[in-house]
Design a protein around this ligand. Structure first.
Ligand code: GLA
Length: 461
């Protein structure tokens, strides 16, 4: 199925964007693109290991106004947030994304999406390429674990595909965006781009990979999800932390594969390993405990285990920003991944079998709490400020966990409806005010419901 095209809804946002568009480009936009952010309910840091995750789209989004441009064949980007500089570049068949040592520039995420689509063109089709004039506006907080970067990459890809009249299904777009976002240097797993395109209003989604597919997850009645910003944030492309975890999982997989007589060079994810061995998740967990040891592995030990060289390990398993690492916690990361994959299965089952009963809500909340504990202790990707929210939430919510990549960002809590106000007030008084925040609480802690995925809008006449 391709992305739905609808008439743009009337809102103040559209009027303002149109006004800016005609001021900057001296014409009206030809179409609009909306791509939502997401909150992941459970299944953290396991998509890149090949396991299913359970996110839903949120109201906050990236919104583009676009007009194709034929005279100069250039990409023009103007962001309504004044802290982001305007940008333009020629739009030819190869888009370059040159990363320096620091955090990527905002427009480089856009370029990832454009590049992903241009790469689908055959040489013959390259003369299809047109320029684009774009206004970008967004309401997803950055570095908050709500997928602001993937929404931008996905919006850019959808705008490019629509302008060039390239027909792609939602799944194809999601796969292209997941791959092209890696040009920014992080090895994400594809959850964010998948939910950006496949989200459905009113339900969360179980997203599974290889092949990419999604199943509706109807949340039991009485489940209110509340997002809270921990006011600590991470740009996952600016530090090596995210890729370090990806690589630790890969090395754990490869060591077990090698010990079981498989070719470690061709197996990169736990999901693939499980399939190759033909065993259950529980059996793989037992095997992992048997083969891996709790002490951190030195790079030398990994090399010895795999009977390889440092050069080959760098090439096959590590990323440019993890090649310098000398120590890897394989046992802990692996256990998190395998247990979290089980929790996703249990979460899905509890949603399927629930008749809206309190029991299933308690089960979902407990699974979320266990997930956080594991992310904090085994995966070490939480943040003291985030843990503080989790502490405060105890007793008022049914379960609270970090959502997204972590190392800061947001928490998501499952809250009984009668406790929502109490929980919000508690965080305002005990968390935000002590940090010196005096206003704007609605954008820091808020209930959320599942929203629809990406849309293309045509202007109203
Ligand atoms: C980021 C990545 C996703 C996923 C999450 C952690 O958002 O882009 O692919 O790995 O972190 O669950």
């Amino acid at each position: 199925m391709s992305v739905e095209i609808c008439e743009v809804p009337k809102s103040r946002k559209i009027d303002e964007i149109e006004k800016w568009f005609s001021e900057i480009y001296n014409k009206r936009p030809e179409f609009y693109i909306r791509v939502p952010g997401r909150v992941n309910l459970i299944g953290e840091h396991i998509d890149y290991c090949g396991y299913g995750v359970c996110p839903m789209a949120i109201e906050q989004d990236i919104f583009l106004a676009v007009s194709p441009e034929n005279s100069q064949k250039k990409l023009f980007l103007h962001n309504l947030d004044p802290k982001f500089e305007s940008y333009h570049c020629p739009l030819i068949n190869d888009v370059q994304i040159e990363l320096s040592g620091t955090a990527p520039k905002w427009y480089q995420y856009f370029l990832c999406g454009v590049k992903g689509i241009l790469e689908t063109l055959s040489d013959k089709e390259k003369d299809k390429i047109r320029g684009l004039e774009v206004i970008v506006s967004g309401t997803i907080p950055q570095g908050a674990g709500l997928s602001s970067s993937s929404a931008l990459v996905s919006a850019a890809a959808l705008a490019t595909a629509h302008a060039l009249k390239i027909k792609l299904t939602k799944e194809e777009l999601a796969n292209i965006c997941a791959a092209s976002e890696r040009y920014i240097g992080t090895q994400g797993g594809g959850m964010d781009q998948a939910i950006a395109f496949l989200a459905q209003e009113g339900c969360a989604k179980l997203i599974e990979f290889e092949p990419l597919r999604s199943t509706e997850v109807r949340l039991p009645g009485g489940a209110v999800f509340v997002i809270a910003h921990s006011l600590s944030s991470l740009n996952k492309a600016a530090t090596g932390d995210f890729n370090c975890r990806v690589v630790e999982c890969r090395l754990a997989t490869q060591i077990i594969a090698h010990r079981k007589g498989l070719d470690w060079r061709t197996i990169r994810r736990f999901g693939e390993l499980q399939k190759a061995l033909g065993i259950t998740l529980d059996e793989l967990t037992a095997l992992t405990k048997e083969i891996l040891h709790e002490e951190a592995y030195s790079k030398e030990e990994v090399i010895k285990e795999l009977n390889t060289t440092s050069t080959e390990l760098d090439e096959v398993s590590l990323t440019p920003n993890t090649q310098h690492l000398q120590s890897f916690k394989l046992y802990q990361r692996a256990l998190h991944v395998l247990n979290e994959a089980r929790r996703v299965e249990k979460f899905h089952k509890a949603c399927k079998t629930s008749a809206g009963g309190e029991d299933s809500l308690v089960t979902l909340g407990n699974l979320m709490s266990q997930s956080h504990q594991s992310l904090k202790d085994l995966y070490e990707c939480s943040h003291p400020q985030l843990d503080r929210i989790v502490e405060l939430a105890r007793g008022v919510t049914l379960g609270t966990r970090l959502t997204g990549a972590g190392w800061g960002g947001c928490t998501v809590s499952l809250v009984p409806p009668e406790n929502v106000d109490k929980f919000v007030d508690l965080l305002i008084e005990e968390f935000y005010k002590p940090l010196g925040i005096k206003e704007g609480f609605q954008s820091l802690v808020f209930p959320t419901t599942p929203m629809e995925g990406a849309r293309i809008y045509t202007p109203k006449n």
